[in-house]
Write a protein that binds this ligand. Sequence first.
Ligand code: CA
Length: 539
Amino acid sequence: MKNYLKNVFPPQITPQNQPIPGTNQVPNSAGGYSWAVTPWQRLQRFLVLGSEGGSYYISERALTLENASNVLACIKADGLHVVQEIVALSESGRAPKNDPAIFALALVAAYGTDEARAAALAAIPQVCRTGTHLFQFAEMVQGFRGWGRGLRRGMAAWYTALETRRLAYQVVKYRQREGWTHTDTLRLAHPKPVSETQGMIFKWVTRREEAAWARAIQPPADEALAFIWAFERVQTAPDAASVIQFIEQYDLPREALPTQWLNDPAVWEALLVKMPLTAMIRNLGVMAKIGLLTPLSAAEKTIIGRLGDANLLRKARVHPLAVLSALRVYAHGRGVRGDGVWSPTARVIDALDEAFYLAFQNVEPTGQRLLLALDVSGSMGGGMIAGVPGLTPREGAAAMAMVTARTEPQYSMVAFQDQIVPLNISATMRLDDVVRATSGLPFGATDCAQPMLYALEKKMKVDTFVVYTDNETWFGSIHPAQALRQYRDQTGIPARLVVVGMTANNFTIADPNDGGMMDVVGFDSAAPQIISDFTLGKV
Ligand code: CA
């Protein structure tokens, strides 16, 4: 009887197609057993990774529904806390896209308690920082609830809180999205202007034909009104020279210009002077295509200078994934929709490569021995990360691992499926080459215990295993958590395990009851720092 018990409790070896006895493991989508993350962890995964493009196992629609019902469960448990999480994550710029935050905020605004709904509506200006965000919110919230007084007031506050120059910028730059315009939202929200100028801007939006000042020969003295006046005037500008004059004098953004001027290199050169960093990164291909961004050009120098400025990147909340996405498109020399080709310049590619690392929060090297293990099994080759076309969890995992690899003096990088897979990646490689190196690998079954078993077999001394995976492990004869304990027992090293979740699903291979195992969310721009803190035992 004693032996019998010893074999079962504590269970040391359990095949992955069975749950470890005495634990609350749940079946994952691959037919194996993992732990379920808590609803709050899943909320974090959703806010960072979103559900666009679905995953290997599940369609976008199904993944969105799963995450929506998880958000609803969190709202039921503590709606105010959900709002806090949304605001914190959205404002920090840790997520590649703001869409999941807006979606979750709309859910609280519809399904929270009175108190939670009020908090959600009060948070609209913090989460919806542009006109586009506001339109997205309006479209989503309308799907969940009616236009009650609270909602109208919340929308109105978004407008009245804006200082007039910023308001003018918002109504000119973001004129429509998702079938919404400011005319629609202003008519619904009906804000009471807090100043005369604000009232004039509202009126220009809702009854443009009545705002004669916007079409006068002379610009208004007020800066905000003059910006709108310049927008009106540039619509009928006769030549590029006068367009450029309006840009230089009034800081008009690209969105304010009639499209016929957007093929002109001189116009883009004028735009580039004040172009927001995110817009600059997104439009590198366009600037190359029209002949502005060429080798040794002034534009190239400006762009490289900005990409190398860490403070600028952080201030503009440039997310590393946006840089990676731009790098892949730009280096490819061809637009995503097949519109236009260009010759990328090597220095811009290098600058984008550097900017990717700079855009992460400061990462301190731990000096510990790290094994970075990339799950390159079949499922990691399906779905996409945060809606970036063609960026699979597998490729995303390689890019994330590079951040730690470039920081740490002592690391080893391996890839695994149901066995260790040779992977030719080094920390000196360029990111687009790294991504390419992983995308062509053959598909295979998943055994997330492989990194620990490999380290045991090779007698590697590892302080922390970092596994980048979708947590859909199923193939192995021992669970990853058990393999880690075996590694600790046999080596005497109190090794830790960090699981970097690359899809917004419900699973983790980390044992939630083991303080030496932790989950972080892939493509959270704070993830490398969290990994570093955990490795040093700070969290
Ligand atoms: Ca898999």
